[in-house]
Each structure stands twice: as C-alpha cells, then as structure tokens.
Design a protein around this ligand. Structure first.
Ligand code: BDR
Ligand code: CA
Length: 355
C-alpha cells in the first residue's frame, strides 16, 4: 500500500538521502515538502529540494518555504557540516520548478485537514514549521496517521553541545510545542523519535557508496578517500550517483575532522525508512520534555522512562535497529531508482579514484 508522506526537511546532505529514499520507494508518495531553516537557510533548503526533485525526474510535488527563523531565537546554520549550499561538494543544477505560494506551515495544516488520519509526517529538521502548524491546528496530532521525528539525544551525548542534538538545538521552543501537543494524543499517534542514540549507529562508509554506484549501473565505480582534495569531483555517469558521491564525501570529511572516522551518520534516511516501515525500529515509550532554561543544558531532550513525572508517554523512542538491514534497503531502493531514471550509461573504467 502506498503511504502519503509530508516531508519536513532542512536539506542537508542526509536530508537529501532521505528525500531520495522516499522518491525511490514504491510504497511512498510525497504529498508535500516543507523547507525548514536549519542546516542552511530555508530558501536554500527549498532550492535543494527542487533540484533533487528535478534530478530524480519526480512528478509535480509541492515544495513550500518555511519560516526564515526559529520561533524565538535567531537562526543558526551549519555550513561546516553540510557544505556551503547544504549539499556538501555537490553542485546541483539550478532548478526550473517553482516554490509553492503557500507557506510550509499552511501546507501542513491544509494537507492534514484534507486527508484526516491518512498522512505520515516525517521531520528531519528543526520543528519550527510543525510548531507553527500546531498553533493553527491543535488537532494535528489526531489528524496525522503517524509522525516520525529525527531529533534529540537521550542516553547519549549531543552533537551540538555536550547534551543537545542539532535539530532540537536550532529551535528548542518549537520542539517543546510539538512534544507538548502530543501529550494529549492517543498512544497510537505518539511520534516515533529517532534520536542520536540510534542514528549514530547508522554509519555510512565508502563501501556503501561503491555498492550504490554498482547497483545503479554507474561508471566508473569510484572510491573516495580522506586523501581526496576538496576540489575533487565525481565523474560518475549516473547523475544521482555523481551528485550523491560529492555530497556524501563532504559529510565523510566532516565526520573525519571530528575524529569519528571516515564515515557519515545517516540520521535522516534512517528516519525516512522508519516512517515507511516502523517495524525497522524497536521503540520504548517515554515522556519527553525540552529543557528551555538551563545555562548549560538548554535544548536538551529529557526522557522520563519510568513515569516519575506522572505524565503519560508522549513519544516512542527508537532503542534498537539493524543498520545492515537499513543499508541493504537504502542501497537497493536508491540504486535501482537511479538506474531506472538514467539507464544505459556507457561503461568506463572498472574502479577508479576521484579525479
Ligand atoms: C541532524 O542534524 C542535521 O545536521 C542532520 O541533517 C540531521 O537531521 C542530526 O543531528
Ligand atoms: Ca536534517
């Protein structure tokens, strides 16, 4: 059965893979894409979304522009993590498609009202636009079929401050609005939360890029390495593989620069896979709240696992998964889709370094 998705992203290298994963999934239909400010400003996020849609020869899909700033604080972006335009070293073609005339928050509200109980929400960026939508439509938690959020760090260090995760850190007030709103939702509507605890176990490595290129029938099959200079670019025959290689290589370099190894955490595509198939994840219910005051801990996600606060659970936090199964699925879906989009590419060198 095809599932209709509202995708809310701050594209972003790993958001790009989440988008491609959904476009490549026969069981998914994207109802609309909200472009949220986060990794890069909202306008750049929208351009990236439109460019990927065009490269993936996607049908008409609405791309709406989100708020320029978080609810109460100035925007902070992270080009050092995702590249000057949010897509690493990739230089995506300028899109011809246009941004929607309605705002991202309005799109959320209109879509859930038009399809009550049908839509799956997937948020892989700050929660600004979902919070704005909740202000206009407080019944949104019941109108959605399911919500999956990439965000937070629970029994795990943060990636932005010692205790905070990026998406929550950018707009903690919005995160609080969202988790508070779900305090009143029935248990089967609780958001599934993919936090760093689990998404940092989803480690993409150069071998995964090789497998993707092979599956797509792209040539030459390129190996990327920390020795590649920043100006190196993929010459892969398949445009999806070519741009993904350049995007993900920047993310490898970033992680390597923080002594995490030559790998990249695939937070957002994992959340996309869970949105389509929650069986990929083992979850535990908890009551989640956001610290808004602490001098050292503002934007920390706090989970009450034991009911100490006496408040019902408002989230199902992912506590286990099988990363190998996830990568097999991601490579099969994106690889097959890339091959179908750009068939019959000429065969070049069997395996080569980047030029
Ligand atoms: C999250 O932060 C962003 O930089 C990534 O795209 C991901 O959504 C991980 O903390
Ligand atoms: Ca993201």
């Amino acid at each position: 059965m095809r599932q209709r998705i509202i995708l809310d992203v701050d594209t972003g290298v790993d958001d790009s893979l989440a988008l491609l994963y959904l476009l490549a999934s026969p069981d998914a239909e994207i109802a609309g894409i909200a472009s949220t400010a986060g990794n890069v400003p909202a306008a750049q996020v929208a351009i990236n979304n439109l460019a990927w849609l065009e490269l993936a020869r996607a049908p008409e899909i609405e791309v709406a522009l989100g708020a320029a700033d978080p609810l109460e604080i100035p925007l902070r972006t992270t080009e050092d993590t995702h590249g000057p335009h949010g897509v690493g070293y990739a230089e995506l073609p300028t899109p011809i498609r246009r941004i929607s005339t309605r705002s991202a928050a309005q799109m959320w509200v209109d879509l859930v009202r038009r399809h009550p109980g049908e839509l799956v929400g997937l948020c892989t960026g700050p929660l600004t636009n979902l919070a704005l939508a909740l202000r206009e439509e407080p019944d949104l938690p019941r109108l959605l079929r399911r919500l999956v959020i990439m965000g937070g760090a629970f029994n795990h260090p943060g990636n932005t401050t010692p205790t905070t995760e990026w998406n929550i850190h950018v707009d903690p007030e919005a995160a609080k609005v969202v988790f508070d709103a779900f305090s009143f939702a029935p248990p089967d509507r609780r958001p599934i939360v993919c936090a760093l605890d689990i998404t940092e176990s989803i480690e993409m490595r150069p071998t995964h890029l090789i497998r993707l290129a092979e599956r797509a029938g792209s040539h030459p099959i390129e190996t990327v390495s920390p020795a590649d200079p920043p100006e190196a670019r993929s010459v892969a025959s398949n445009p999806i593989i070519r741009h993904l290689t350049d995007a993900v290589r920047f993310y490898f370099d970033f992680h390597d620069g923080y002594d995490l190894g030559y790998l990249a955490h695939m937070h957002d595509p994992f959340a996309a896979a869970v949105a389509l198939d929650p069986a990929l994840a083992r979850t535990r219910p908890a009551t989640v709240d956001i610290e808004l005051e602490g001098a050292l801990t503002r934007a920390t996600t706090v989970a009450d696992w034991a009911g100490i606060w006496g408040r019902p659970p408002n989230a199902d936090i992912v506590v286990g998964t099988d990363p190998v199964r996830f990568f097999d699925r991601m490579i099969a879906r994106i690889g097959d889709h890339a091959r179908a989009l750009y068939p019959g590419q000429p065969v070049g060198d069997p395996v080569t370094r980047l030029r």
